[in-house]
Design a binder for this molecule. Structure first.
Ligand SMILES: Nc1ncnc2c1ncn2[C@@H]1O[C@H](COP(=O)(O)OP(=O)(O)OP(=O)(O)O)[C@@H](O)[C@H]1O
Ligand SMILES: [Mg+2]
Length: 267
């Protein structure tokens, strides 16, 4: 068989990624360190990325802030009623004339920017039919607009999709288009750092709990902003409701009392 452009480098492929370092170093990176690195790379292999994990861990925050976002980005959140027309674009009637208006998908492609698609698992058949050609490799990705114009992605165009669902719960042909899948199960350290030390401690201790008992960074940050107004107990009730609120309150109080108290200094 003849060597193709894709395989001609394989003779000396040693499965070490020079951009990242040795496999030993990669193994030491946390999920977040790896993800931040991946988001900063301008390579085809990591251009179409899927992030999934429990609510509030920082998937959307990272898609908005980390890596190649210096030129801006476009973001959409899908529901099962989102139409392909609002993502691709549509005609607007001005003074009797039909004027074409590009939607966020087409703008991100033309401007070579990041496209963030939150809750991508909600894509309906109409949206999937638009997504499939867009998520192809740069060589083949293209869509033809109702104006007749064909759009191809400019260099720099890349996609970060987020959802709570694991990839195997996505339509197979959609999942197949993601070159990289990252499970984000731990809150980002910077999100935890925003918490008061007493909340931080409980938040870190609860990070490993099962989904039903875990409080997300979003939940801790909401509680933190409620406490100065309502106090700890009512703040917990308001943030987490009458069932979970008292449990969280108890956990915080217990953590406070469990801490060894500093002895007053002798004179
Ligand atoms: N790296 C971070 N630095 C500072 N704050 C953060 C960070 N990550 C998350 N947060 C805080 O946590 C909140 C929740 O994060 P985010 O909306 O990204 O969660 P998510 O994983 O997308 O959740 P969902 O699955 O529900 O969409 C953010 O609004 C922000 O306040
Ligand atoms: Mg999100």
């Amino acid at each position: 068989m003849e060597t193709t452009d894709d395989t001609k480098h394989f003779d000396d492929l040693d499965f070490r990624n020079p951009a990242l370092g040795t496999p030993e170093l990669i193994a030491k990176l946390s999920t977040w360190e790896l993800l931040e690195h991946v988001l900063s790379l301008d390579v085809e292999a990591t251009r179409i990325l899927y992030l999934w994990g429990p609510p509030g861990t920082g998937k959307t925050y990272c898609a908005f802030h980390f890596g190649r976002v210096e030129n801006g980005f476009y973001a959409v959140t899908l529901t099962d009623e989102t139409s392909a027309a609002e993502l691709r674009g549509h005609f607007i009637f001005r003074g009797g004339d039909a004027v074409w208006h590009n939607g966020p998908f087409v703008r991100a492609m033309l401007e070579g920017k990041r496209l963030v698609i939150n809750e991508i698992g909600n894509a309906n058949a109409d949206v999937l039919a638009l997504l499939f050609p867009i998520l192809e490799s740069l060589e083949t990705a293209e869509i033809t607009l109702p104006t007749g114009k064909t759009i191809r992605p400019a260099p720099g165009f890349h996609v970060v999709a987020t959802d709570n669902r694991p990839p195997d719960q996505l339509p197979e042909a959609l999942d197949d288009r993601f070159g990289v899948h990252v499970r984000v199960s731990e809150p980002h350290p910077n999100a935890i750092a925003r918490l008061h030390p007493q909340l931080r401690e409980v938040a870190l201790a609860s990070a490993g709990l099962d989904d039903e008992r875990r409080v997300s960074p979003r939940g801790w940050l909401s509680l933190q902003s409620l406490i100065p107004v309502f106090g700890l107990e009512a703040g917990c009730q308001l943030a987490f409701g009458p069932d979970r609120g008292p449990l969280v309150f108890e956990a915080i109080v217990m953590a406070r009392h469990a801490k060894p108290q500093k002895k007053p200094k002798r004179r």
